[in-house]
Each structure stands twice: as C-alpha cells, then as structure tokens.
Design a protein around this ligand. Structure first.
Ligand code: CO
Length: 213
C-alpha cells in the first residue's frame, strides 16, 4: 500500500512518464475534453475505469457510485448523464457492474444499513423485478452474480429512460447504451449484449420523453 506522501511522488512520476512517451501530453491535458464515452461504474477500488479500458485522460467521462446505480432522483448521476449527452455529445454510455460487488451483497443482507438503506433499496427493487429467475438459482454466490448482471441491465434501462438520451438518439443516432460486467477473477469485461434499439422501443411505451412540452 502506498503511503500518503507517496501519492505526490507518484503524481510527479506519472507526469514525467507521460511527457516521456508523448511530449504534447500536457498541451492535450490542458485543452478541451472531447470524450466519446461515458462510463458509469462502481466506486469499488478494484475497478479503475480508465485503466481497465486502456483509455487516456480525455477519453472517457466517468461517474462512479456504490453498485453503479442510476436512480432517477439522484441529481448527481442525472447531471452527469445530461452533461455527457447534451454538452460532450458522447457516442456510447457504458454501465459497468462487477462480480462480487459489495454493494449488491449488502443489499441482499437483511440488516439495517442506516443511510445506505434508500440507496441499496434500488438493488432490492431489481431483485423483486427478477424474483422468479433469481429464486431458481440455488447457489448463493451464483445468485449474487446474476443479480449483479440484472442490476446492470436495469441501470441501462434507467439511462435509456432519460429525456437526454432519448432525444439525442432520435436526433443524432447516439448515444448507444451498453451493459458490461467486470470479472475480478479474470480482469475481463463481459458484454451483456444489451439490444439498445429493442430496449428503447420497449421502454418508450411508458417512458417516452422525446416530445417537447
Ligand atoms: Co461494487
């Protein structure tokens, strides 16, 4: 583990290394950002967004919270999506969960979690939506991991339910929303192959927000 003081040393080393491999690094860093991607992932320290996607500063707009949730009254994630779509014009939005997610495990633990209760409730609601399927899985570990996947699917739906995404897609053909799960045991992503067009069509029966008011 790095000590606190090492963080500043690491930072200086990082700058030196970046400049060594690209002498324009600081010019690029200081100019405007034009990322093609918005990544919404878990705060878990083992899932560093840029690093696992091999992306450099400026290439991905990142939002992370416990269990990669997209609750529609969370001003933070809603602002991030709105800004990424309307101002940065991102082409892809990735919701990325991960197996063995502590947030998902905590949600399924029958305990009072204090301030975390309303946050984790979103995951319990995902469980309720998919109760039939989840209850057929006998192995607890497998059940958690399936809930991790279903949570990603539901959060993708929540992203697609936003007016910003629906309107931008109608006008420009982007962003496309993707659902991934990061596997801590292999270090690899699993693409859940969410059919964006199909989900959009399904949710617009009830959540269509493309018309101006
Ligand atoms: Co997590």
């Amino acid at each position: 583990m790095a000590t606190y003081d090492q963080l500043f040393e690491n930072n200086k080393k990082w700058v030196a290394e970046k400049i060594a491999s690209d002498k324009n690094f600081l010019n690029k860093l200081g100019s405007n950002q034009e990322p093609d991607y918005l990544y919404i992932g878990c705060s878990d320290s083992r899932v560093p967004a840029n690093e696992i996607m091999g992306l450099e500063p400026g290439e991905v707009f990142v939002h992370r919270n416990i269990a990669n949730l997209v609750p529609n009254i969370d001003l933070n994630v809603m602002s991030v999506i709105n800004y990424a779509v309307e101002n940065l014009h991102v082409k892809h939005i990735i919701v990325c969960g991960h197996y063995n997610c502590g947030g998902v495990k905590a949600a399924m633990t029958p305990k009072d979690m204090g301030i975390l209760n309303p946050w984790l409730r979103n995951i319990r609601d995902v469980y309720r939506l998919h109760e039939k399927e989840l209850d057929t899985i006998g192995d607890e570990h497998e059940k958690y991991n399936r809930l991790v996947e279903l949570n990603v699917v539901e959060q993708c739906r929540n992203v697609i339910k936003t007016a910003a995404v629906q309107k931008s897609y109608a006008a420009n053909g982007y962003p496309i929303v993707h659902g991934w799960v990061f596997d801590l045991e292999t270090g690899l992503f699993k693409d859940l192959n969410i059919n964006f067009e199909k989900v959009l069509e399904q949710i617009q029966k009830i959540y269509n927000l493309t018309e101006p008011h």
